[in-house]
Design a protein. Structure first.
Length: 765
């Protein structure tokens, strides 16, 4: 018998085993708390509540994802399971023991819930891509306006027709109607974006319209909620309170999207560059969210608007690295989301639907919400220029309410604008519309064909997503006052300006024996030209990119002004580079006067600087016209390519620089020595594929690239010969660092460095 039971347990899927174990733990824990009775300390009960909400929410969220539904639905169902809807019906004593109605105990969970609302809106704001909204423009505007206005009007009308028994305060019916209208009108950006991403439609034209429309609806909805909450807090509806709310909202949005954007960027960068303790940027983000939430409260607008807008500004900060974003997202997703949505489910009591009248009202609410949203989104899509199939898919996608409606309903319940019965109906509506949306959207999107222009754009973006330059976020320069330093600054500025990359200049001087104060003064004087060169060339890149953005091939927003700072060096330069690198940089540009040693290799100062930086580097050795006129000289670029990742990076850098100054580029492939004797059709196909990749990369930016193939005895001789034959004045070459005490990129790079009569830039991995 024992062997049979063991065999049966081994054959059970692991998922059900864990779910059964969780249920057993919940029941045993609940009975233990019940046995303790009123002697249970509130802290212990609070901890038990959090553990149960997180565990059951996580398991049901996992189950929902495995059946094609959003995880948030599982967390909401966990609350329904633990609340009066299920556990309260099956074991009311146990349910009340685990989640008692005492004010002190409930206030502890409500505090977590209220802070969770702010964090969820922070995360929603961080996921709000305003560039995407600007890109699809007209269509997203028409969809969001019609998609909000029609269901909002339906919700307000329904609120005006509800019987007094369903209203928390019949004398404030308008406030309830406004909350109901808002709850029916907003789509859940999280769920919409997740489903669109899952179906591979994120970069499709229609996918961008769907997500952008949801973003705009969220923004409009939270502004409406902020104003409505202000009215609710005033206790009545009058012109002064409405004017105060509208003016406060307008002032806050205007200040946030202008001065606030810059202030948030500077604050995050200062914390990132100054603090050495762990997770300092996470703390800064939470403080920024709290400050902006309090500002909106002081302006007479609810804190939710401040949290949402702070998320938008934080998400646009170029210092917000993926690692930091993942840390913050992990905290919110792992703890606050299951607790908040679990509590929302606890607050709902779907047993009220046993009443036939209330069931009919709930079904009417779901029907009105679905029809109103579908009609509004479909009409907005048609007015925005979509065809029938696209508008149909859009309408299916916008009908998901999910987390947003639950947050709105929770706020309405906490402020007394919604009764518990209405709250439960809205939760039921959110669950029904959200669970119906994924299969409907999958069905509709499968019937939307891809246009030729859309296909070409997707192919271009796929190539760019794997690229090196598009993923740069921050540049570091180690340069001196020499002409080589100024030319290096010029190249860095051209690269930084195209995407508004923050740039830091570290001055390199020979004043190691001077007093620290004298050294810093000298560094400032010597590098004044360096930061000015970076800023000037970056501005040039901004203008060039803005012109290109008017073309069909470039759809990104005009780059922001590049922020350039000079960091005085008060320690040996290798130590300064290593210390600065800890703040997070994607590439180091090195350009000093003494680049070469007497033995033909790199000067020891270059060795030491490179050894202090572990990431990608650009080592610049200017010659000829670039030493004579480092800031005005023309560029004629040669890029040796070999099909390796490092040569591809060099080609990207060359194309990015050439794009701004309209410089000619030639991609050179050198046939390997071992293949010269047997170079046939296979070899020609290989070299053509490598050169074609570079040409296609350049085509993304309307940059023409010439190609050349040489079969010299040695690759370095082939590069030098090509320079002399075509008159190139700069070689940009991808290389890999080799092990050793000295900086060495291999024999080919060493030969080019030694023999090249023109400027050489090594882009090193």
């Amino acid at each position: 018998m024992n062997s049979i039971m063991a065999s049966g347990l081994r054959s059970m899927p692991r998922g059900p085993v864990w779910i059964c174990a969780a249920a057993l733990l919940m029941l045993l824990g609940g009975r233990a708390l019940a046995a303790e009775g009123g002697s249970v300390p509130s802290e212990a009960l609070f901890l038990g509540q959090l553990v149960i909400l997180m565990l059951v929410g996580r398991l049901l969220g996992e189950l929902m994802q495995r059946v094609g539904q959003p995880a948030v639905m599982g967390q909401l169902l966990a609350g329904l399971l633990l609340g009066p809807t299920v556990l309260g019906t099956l074991a009311p004593g146990l349910q009340h023991t685990i989640f008692p109605d005492s004010g002190v105990q409930k206030s502890m969970l409500e505090g977590i819930s209220q802070y969770g609302i702010l964090l969820l809106l922070l995360l929603t704001g961080m996921e709000t891509d305003l560039k995407l909204v600007r890109k699809v423009g007209k269509t997203a505007v028409s969809v969001s306006i019609a998609g909000v206005a029609i269901p909002f009007a339906c919700g307000v009308a329904l609120g005006e027709l509800l019987p007094d028994a369903l209203l928390p305060r019949p004398d404030q019916r308008l406030l309830t109607s406004l909350f109901l209208g808002t709850a029916l009108s907003i789509s859940s950006i999280k769920i919409v974006a997740a489903i669109v991403r899952e179906l591979g439609f994120t970069r499709r034209d229609l996918g961008q319209v769907i997500v952008s429309s949801a973003i705009m609806e969220d923004t409009i909805g939270w502004i409406i909620i902020a104003v409505t909450l202000s009215l609710a807090q005033a206790g009545h509806v009058d012109v002064p309170s409405v004017a105060k709310s509208l003016i406060g909202t307008a002032v806050f949005l205007a200040a946030s999207l202008t001065l606030g954007r810059r202030a948030v960027f500077l604050a995050i960068r200062w914390v990132n560059d100054t603090f050495v303790s762990e997770f300092a940027v996470i703390t800064a983000i939470l403080v920024i969210m709290g400050v902006m939430a309090m500002i909106t409260h002081l302006l007479g607008v609810h804190t939710v608007l401040g949290a949402f807008v702070s998320g938008i500004l934080i998400g646009e900060s170029p210092i917000l690295t993926r690692h930091i974003d993942e840390q913050l997202r992990g905290l919110i997703t792992a703890f606050f989301m299951p607790v908040f949505f679990g509590l929302a489910g606890l607050s709902a009591d779907l047993t009220i639907l046993a009443d036939r009248t209330l069931l009919i009202l709930a079904l009417a609410l779901i029907a009105i919400a679905s029809i109103g949203k579908f009609a509004g989104a479909f009409l907005g899509g048609k007015l925005g220029g979509l065809n029938f199939r696209e508008a149909l898919a859009l309408a299916c996608g916008m009908n998901a309410r999910g987390s947003t409606e639950v947050i709105v309903a929770t706020i309405g319940l906490s402020t007394g604008a919604l009764s518990r019965t209405l709250f439960s109906m809205i939760v039921a509506m959110a669950i029904c519309t959200t669970m119906a949306m994924p299969p409907m959207l999958r069905w509709a999107l499968a019937r939307v064909p891809m246009r030729r222009a859309e296909k070409e754009r997707l192919e271009r973006e796929e190539i760019e997503a794997r690229g090196f330059v598009p993923n740069l976020e921050r540049l570091l320069l180690a340069v001196d006052h020499s002409t080589n330093g100024r030319f290096t600054s010029r190249l860095a500025g051209l690269l930084a300006g195209q995407r508004g990359l923050p740039t830091t200049v570290l001055p390199v001087t020979e004043a190691a024996g001077k007093a620290a104060e004298e050294q810093v003064d000298e560094q400032k004087a010597e590098t004044t030209s360096a930061d000015k060169v970076v800023a000037r060339e970056a501005g040039r890149a901004v203008e060039a990119t803005a012109e290109d953005s008017k073309k069909a091939a470039a759809e990104e927003e005009e780059p922001a002004k590049v922020d350039v700072i000079v960091r005085p060096v008060e320690a040996p330069i290798p130590e300064a580079v290593a210390k600065e690198a800890e703040k997070g940089y994607d590439i180091l540009f090195v350009g000093i006067e003494k680049m070469r040693a007497k033995d033909g290799g790199f000067h020891r100062d270059v060795d030491r600087i490179a050894a202090a930086f572990e990431g990608p580097m650009a080592i610049v050795d200017a010659k000829g016209v670039h030493l004579e006129k480092p800031e005005q000289s023309p560029l004629d670029i040669l890029v040796p390519v070999s099909g390796t990742e490092v040569s591809r990076r060099a080609a990207e850098v060359a194309i990015a620089v050439a794009r701004v100054v309209k410089a000619p580029i030639t991609a050179l492939y050198v046939t390997p020595r071992s293949g010269q004797q047997r170079r046939g059709a296979r070899g020609r196909r290989y070299e053509q594929a490598i050169l074609k990749e570079v040409v296609e990369m350049a085509d993304q930016y309307d940059q023409r690239v010439a190609t050349a193939v040489r079969s010299e005895v040695a690759a370095d001789d082939a590069v030098v010969a090509e320079v002399k034959r075509r008159g190139h004045n700069i070689v940009i070459m991808g290389v890999s660092r080799r092990p050793g005490d000295k900086l060495f990129f291999g024999e080919t790079a060493a030969g080019v460095f030694d023999k090249s009569p023109v400027t050489v830039v090594f882009v090193a991995s």
